[in-house]
Design a protein around this ligand. Structure first.
Ligand code: FAD
Length: 451
């Protein structure tokens, strides 16, 4: 199918499957659909593929626009990478975690560092370690669904552990809704992360794809095309309706398409906006009840390193960001033309005025804060700044979330939703974009075979 043939308008011969969104989920689904001979058409609003896993270039090397790594427990992602011939590109590198609290840096995330972690008393450190160990071994998600993380942590680990460790971390991810997040989210994080530790429990090996995770995305696009499918960019889908004969009419910027089935591999709220008229009240109500924080991510290319840590949790409400991810303390900076790469992470609700701040205005608050972390830091260290915004970045998993997850198979026959908000009880991530993308493809293949 050529681009010309695809843009036939709502009166032409219908496509079997149209996929909205060329993120990891949409592309994985489209790849499986293409393998099944269904020649999917993928429409993506952005000029490039990858969604949240898209890439930029630094010193001639690709780099994730938003920081990414994978865990050894990300089996679906690893298996897809192997299938695409990319297994050897994944490097398992040690990572070092730090914690900014009470005006100084602390080592964090290993048993040895916990012994010296000053913000907690010896008794609180023991309770923190004991219950973390317990959570790592627990397999029953349901036990943690009806209670907030705040209540569970205060009851078991103690109020000071919540106040000094978890509350600042939750505030960084969930903003003003930190206290409403269900314990099941924290359980999922601890149980999964525990499985990525080495045997001694002293360190953590995280996976990075040499040449950035965009390699898997590019490989998927190539395979979809090889199998007769197509991926079109700058094609924002604005409305999906159902015409005569039950075919979907997909209106994108400057073109419209007819299809037997449609996969919405986009944030659930966007799916509601463009295809809400095809959903029933229950589906619309569920999607409308879901909330997520957006991410502001500023990427600095610098002459020097800021701290010794790859992942620095900033547990200090007076700081304008919640995390600093120094990528080149994980992957060597020689790969990026000797530039040190620092991601500044800030999760906010998209209606927060700061979310719309210009890069310049944000940097006015970020620069003095970076100087607090490392007094030697000078603005002249910064060689280049890039700034990214993602409106739907982190679903807020609150109590009763399971009941509010919209189904994949929507009530309009042939309309399927595959969104980050459906991932449960695990947290979002490329691995689950693969898992859920494959699940969505299975539903569509079954429908096409039954027709
Ligand atoms: C700051 C940050 C850090 C992260 N770190 C990690 C990490 O370390 N490890 C990890 O595994 N995961 C990480 N993730 C999560 C990971 O990026 C996501 O889980 C995954 O990429 C989601 O893929 P997706 O395809 O479901 O959604 P998306 O990537 O959101 O893809 C959706 C696509 O649909 C397109 N689209 C939306 N609306 C329309 C429309 N109307 N018409 C056409 N196209 C449309 C979008 O442009 C986008 O390309 C991180 C996410 C963020 C925000």
């Amino acid at each position: 199918m050529t681009k010309h043939q695809a843009e036939q308008g709502c009166g032409g011969e219908p496509l079997s499957v149209l996929v909205v969104g060329a993120g990891v989920a949409g592309l994985t689904a489209a790849y499986r659909l293409a393998q099944a001979g269904l020649k999917p058409l993928v429409l993506e609003s952005y000029p490039e593929a990858g969604g949240l896993a898209r890439a930029i270039s630094v010193g001639g090397e690709k780099l994730d626009a938003l920081y990414h790594h994978i865990f050894t427990s990300d089996l679906a992602y690893l298996s897809l990478a192997e299938e695409l011939g990319l297994k050897e590109t994944i490097e398992w590198l040690p990572s070092r975690m730090g914690f900014w609290s009470e005006g100084r840096l602390w080592d964090f995330g290993t048993p040895a560092s916990l012994l010296k972690f000053g913000p907690l008393s010896a008794f609180d450190r023991f309770r923190f370690a004991w219950w973390t160990f317990y959570l790592q071994r627990c397999r029953n998600a349901e036990a943690f669904e009806g209670v907030t993380a705040r209540d569970w942590v205060c009851r078991h680990m103690g109020a000071r552990v919540w106040e000094k460790v978890w509350e600042p971390l939750f505030r960084q991810k969930f903003s003003s809704m930190a206290g409403e997040v269900a314990m099941v989210w924290l359980w999922g994080k601890i149980a999964l992360r525990g499985r990525s530790r080495n045997r001694s429990g002293m360190g953590e090996s995280l996976g990075y794809m040499k040449g950035a995770f965009i390699r898997l995305v590019d490989e998927l696009v190539g395979k979809i095309v090889d199998h007769g499918g197509e991926v079109l960019f700058r094609k924002e889908v604005q409305r999906i309706s159902q015409g005569e004969g039950g075919h979907f009419c997909v209106e994108a910027r400057g073109a419209s398409f007819r299809a037997h089935s449609v996969l919405l591999a986009i944030p659930a709220r966007d799916a509601l906006r463009i295809a809400g008229e095809l959903m029933n009240d229950d589906e619309r109500g569920k999607i409308a009840s879901l909330r997520s924080t957006g991410a502001l991510c500023t990427v600095l290319e610098m002459k020097h390193s800021l701290s010794p840590y790859y992942w620095l949790n900033v547990a200090d409400a007076s700081m304008p960001f919640g995390g600093l991810i120094e990528h080149t303390n994980y992957v060597p900076h020689s790969r990026y033309g000797n530039r040190h790469i620092l991601y500044i992470s800030n999760y906010l609700f998209p209606d927060d005025p700061v979310f719309k701040y210009s890069q310049g205005r944000l940097m006015e608050s970020y620069v003095p804060a970076l100087k607090r972390i490392n007094q030697a830091f000078e603005e002249s260290w910064i060689m280049k700044i890039r700034h990214f915004r993602a409106e739907s970045a982190q679903p807020i998993v609150d109590q009763g979330y399971r009941e509010r997850i919209p189904p994949m198979k929507l009530s309009a026959p042939g309309l399927v939703l595959c969104s980050m908000a459906q991932i449960y009880p695990e947290d979002r991530g490329q691995n689950y974009a693969v898992v859920y993308g494959e699940r969505a493809a299975k539903l569509l293949i079954a429908r096409c075979r039954a027709a």
